[in-house]
Ligand binder design. Structure first.
Ligand code: UD2
Ligand code: MN
Length: 287
């Protein structure tokens, strides 16, 4: 039984808080991407545990946090299927009250990962009173379910040991991949910058925002924070943007005016699948 739940109603009829250490965790996980997976496969695998929109909450205890998982997306359906296949069972075992939001950039202008994250945060809060946001690439699968998709007293970097980087941090301040910020922490930094178009820099800018607001980051240890990244080439319309290097010198000038408080976009469609909420947006790329 993959996600055993034992009913534990208390005498008052209310649920007790879920424990600090979820009892169903398995530790090290087997992950491989050679099997082709369709959305139907994944639905058969985990669909019955979920509610429309990729929502779940434990039935036998009150989750410690309400977590929105935000995934920036364009044209990575194969990766999405793997992500859903592996992550839903993990998040269920972690006893989270969670929802999965895939933020799909419409059109083929330059990709803007950071702005999609801000949009995901804003749209998720319209659906439910989330108190924690996990921002994740579509192609990163944890190799250990003790790496909890929760927020802590500091902004948290979860993807510390990625196979692509030989399971080491490529540099000490890296904050890309998978990261978790509480609602309060994310507001304090004014979210991500909206102005990093194309590949690179947006994650470092967020790290600098965190430092500028007097916070430091936390990480799981590198034995637990292990990930596999699905192999891929750089996508079309997400070329490395050399302007982003200069932008990184200006975080302190932009943090107050470029972020959640200047976010402009148009929602094209909100589609609630059983496995995820798929939100297609026009990010208003500069012409
Ligand atoms: C690194 C970072 C990533 C981000 C990126 C620079 C790690 C482990 N990862 O990843 O967090 O900072 O550099 O922007 O440090 N995407 C699409 N469609 C596209 C393009 C991107 O869905 O056409 C999404 C998808 O969720 C993808 C993510 O954006 O995983 C990051 O893009 P990437 O995987 O091409 O970048 P990568 O692997 O160099
Ligand atoms: Mn990647």
């Amino acid at each position: 039984v993959p996600f055993k739940t034992t009913a534990m109603p208390t005498t008052s009829g209310t649920l007790t808080p879920c424990p600090d250490f979820p009892p169903y965790l398995q530790g090290v996980l087997q992950v491989q991407f050679n099997t082709k997976r369709t959305l139907e496969d994944v639905q058969h695998h985990v669909g019955s545990f979920l509610k429309q929109g990729g929502r779940y909450k434990p039935s036998n205890c009150t989750a410690q946090q309400k977590v929105a998982i935000i995934i920036p997306f364009r044209n990575r359906h194969e990766h999405l299927n793997h992500w859903l296949y592996y992550l839903h069972p993990i998040l269920i075992r972690q006893q989270l009250d969670y929802g999965v939001y895939v933020i799909n950039q419409e059109g083929d202008d330059a990709f803007n990962r950071a702005k999609l994250m801000n949009i995901g945060h804003t749209e998720a809060l319209k659906q439910y009173d989330y108190d924690c946001f996990v921002f994740s690439d579509i192609d990163l699968i944890p190799l250990d379910d003790r790496n909890l998709y929760r927020c802590s007293d500091k902004p948290r970097h979860l993807s510390v040991a990625v196979d692509k980087f030989n399971f080491k941090l490529p540099y000490a301040t890296i904050f890309g991949g998978v990261s978790a910020l509480s609602k309060e922490q994310f507001l304090k930094v004014n979210g991500f910058s909206n102005t990093f178009w194309g590949w690179g820099g947006e994650d470092d800018d967020l790290y600098q925002r965190i430092s500028l607001r007097g916070m430091s980051i936390s990480r799981p240890n590198s034995a637990i924070g292990r990930y596999k990244m699905i192999r891929h080439n750089r996508d079309a319309h997400n070329e490395r943007n050399p302007n982003n290097v200069q932008k990184l010198r200006e975080t302190h000038l932009n943090i107050d005016t470029d972020g959640l408080n200047s976010l402009r976009y148009t929602v094209r469609e909100i589609r609630k699948d059983i496995l995820f909420t798929f939100i297609t947006v026009d990010v208003q790329a500069p012409t």
